[in-house]
Write a protein that binds this ligand. Structure first.
Ligand SMILES: [Zn+2]
Length: 247
C-alpha cells in the first residue's frame, strides 16, 4: 500500500466535521469507468495529475450530492496505484446512504470508515489484482489501527451493508469481485492473513501517530518484508525527519 493524504477540505462533509470512533470498514467501488484518482481527488499535488473538468470531490457537494468517503484507491498520473486518504479516519464520512434501519443506524452514523476503489471497465485482471491488493492492505492497516475484526459485520462491502439495513441499495463491490474469482469472504480472509503478517502492531500505530505530526511525514507503506526491513526503511526514515524538524 502506498498511502498519501489529501483531505477534501472544501467538501461539506469535511466542513461539517462530525467525529466518530471507527468500528468498522465499508468497501465501495465508484460505479464509473475511470480508474484515475484525479477524477475524485484534487487539486493536483504533482502525483495525481490535473483534472481538466475540475469535477473532483474537493467541493461542497460533488455533482450536487452529499458524498465523501475516507479514501480512494486508483491510478496516479504515472499509472501506478495509490491510496489517497481524503478524510481523517475519526471523522464521520458520507458514503453509505440509508438502509432499512434508517439514518441513525446507517454506516455513516455508526462508525464505518468507507473507501472507494476506482472502477475501470471491470474486465482487466491486472488492474483488478493491483487495486484488490491495495484494498487488502488498506483494510489490514485500518483493522490494526482501530482494533477492527476482519469479519462480518465489521468488514463489509456496500451490498452487504444494504442487506444489513445500514446502507442504500447498491451492488458494489460484489458486482465486480466475483468476475475475478474473489468475494467479500475471500477479501476478509486475505485481510486476516495480511494482519497476521504485521510484525509489530504497536509500532505501526506509533509510526502512524507520529508521521502525521512530522512536517512531510512519511508515506505509510506496508510491511510485506521482515520486521527488520520495515523498521530500517520506514521507522528510520521517520526518525530522520523528526530530527530534521527539531530545531
Ligand atoms: Zn458504494
Amino acid at each position: 500500500m502506498k498511502l498519501k493524504t489529501l483531505y477534501l477540505t472544501n467538501n461539506l462533509c469535511y466542513v461539517t466535521g462530525k467525529k466518530h470512533t471507527p468500528k468498522g470498514i465499508m468497501v465501495h467501488s465508484t460505479g464509473a469507468n475511470n480508474p484515475r484518482l484525479n477524477r475524485y481527488v484534487g487539486p493536483d499535488d504533482g502525483l495525481l495529475g490535473p483534472n481538466p473538468n475540475n469535477n473532483h470531490w474537493n467541493q461542497p457537494t460533488p455533482g450536487g450530492r452529499k458524498v465523501c468517503p475516507h479514501a480512494f484507491i486508483g491510478r496516479l498520473k504515472d499509472g501506478s496505484i495509490a491510496t489517497y486518504q481524503t478524510l481523517p479516519w475519526d471523522m464521520a464520512g458520507w458514503h453509505s446512504g440509508n438502509g432499512s434501519l434508517g439514518s441513525a443506524q446507517n454506516a455513516n452514523n455508526t462508525g464505518y470508515i468507507g473507501f472507494e476503489i476506482c472502477e475501470d471497465g471491470l474486465t482487466d485482471p491486472v488492474y483488478f489484482s493491483l487495486v484488490y491488493r491495495e484494498a487488502v492492505e488498506l483494510s489490514a492497516y485500518l483493522c490494526v489501527l482501530y482494533d477492527i475484526r476482519p469479519a462480518k459485520p465489521y468488514l463489509i462491502d456496500h451490498s452487504e451493508g444494504h442487506q444489513l439495513g445500514i446502507a442504500s441499495n447498491h451492488a458494489d463491490v460484489m458486482h465486480w469481485f466475483p468476475r475475478h474469482g474473489k468475494s467479500m469472504d475471500s477479501f476478509r480472509a486475505d485481510v486476516s492473513t495480511e494482519i497476521s503478517k504485521i510484525p509489530n502492531r504497536e509500532l505501526l500505530k506509533a509510526v502512524t501517530k507520529i508521521s502525521s505530526k512530522v512536517p512531510g511525514g512519511i508515506d505509510i507503506v506496508m510491511w510485506s518484508g521482515s520486521n527488520k526491513e520495515w523498521k530500517a526503511k520506514y521507522v528510520d526514515t521517520l526518525l530522520q525527519k523528526i530530527a530534521n524538524a527539531w530545531d
